[in-house]
Ligand binder design. Sequence first.
Ligand code: SAM
Length: 345
Amino acid sequence: MLPSPSSFVAPPATLLHDQHGRPLEYLRLAVTDRCNLRCFYCMPEEGITYLPRHELLSYEEMLRLTGLLATLGVRKVRLTGGEPFVRRDLLPFMERLAQLPGIVDLSLTTNGVLTAPHVPALARLGVRAVNLSLDTLDRARFAAITRRDELPRVLATLDALLEAGIQVKINAVVMDGQNIADLVPLAALARDLPVDVRFIEEMPFNGGSHAAGPAALPWNHVRIRRHLEEHFGALTPVPVPAGATAAEYAIAGHRGRVGIIAAYSRTFCGTCNRLRLTAEGGLKTCLYDQGVLDTRALLRGGAPDAEIVAALAAAFRYRAANGFEAERQRPLHQLSFESMATIGG
Ligand code: SAM
């Protein structure tokens, strides 16, 4: 159950480790594949073909699975998608998730377009941190990148989160030729506001176009850091919790941290503690695998809890050592075929 923000205590050690000794305690749950933005690095302009509603896991199914995962050691759940607030009745669902024994940290990742009016309810639920996706502070560039003119509503969400005292991490994808001029203004938000700002390497999960390998990535983590240091001076590494994907840095005079997530270079796989459930119930034990278990088939086939738990535990025992191995093991070696919106970014 979620502790009240003031009574938070460290969770007990996880019960479950993969065959490489990594604890599995963090679930990223895609509650929908639908999104109200059309970010070009995530989806084609016409959007992806959305799943018919009956192919999405129902909230009941998600609760059952999350409850079982909690018995195996999952402690933290992050809702993602698609855009979580596009799915109806998200908040009552979150309330029930927060009640599950063992779940001590519930958070979400949102594009902020529909979020502001729900912020007080999130605070009441005990949500302590929200990841807000924001790639630029320039309205025209925002509209070009997301194909929607929604920057004002996103900024209203940022204000509402800060006002409610919810910790904010801003996530920006770094896109060659698109938002490089935005990196410094975005990092400056961590100077002017009590927020962390993290820069993510662009990955090829865009639902369409060709994917070049990470060696060809124009803006990798090394170049992003160098670019920020040219403007702000030294980025001083700070310790991060086990399982973190971001390398975090302090900058003199900044209130928040600046982070860099080497999502395509995959420098952090050795400590990865994440599981993902796609909106249709595909279990991923690595962002780069193609799904290792069809939980929906188990759930809808009438499998008892013990059978589902056994299937989950078996999937964890075959977890790829890292994202490169997972990519090699894909039956179709094609990352760009997928969209982050269906994966649950
Ligand atoms: N709609 C929510 C949001 O925007 O935060 C949650 C889902 S979105 C797919 C989650 C995150 O994945 C966003 O921060 C988005 O920028 C990121 N993302 C999507 N496609 C990506 C890509 N090709 N490379 C890197 N990050 C990507």
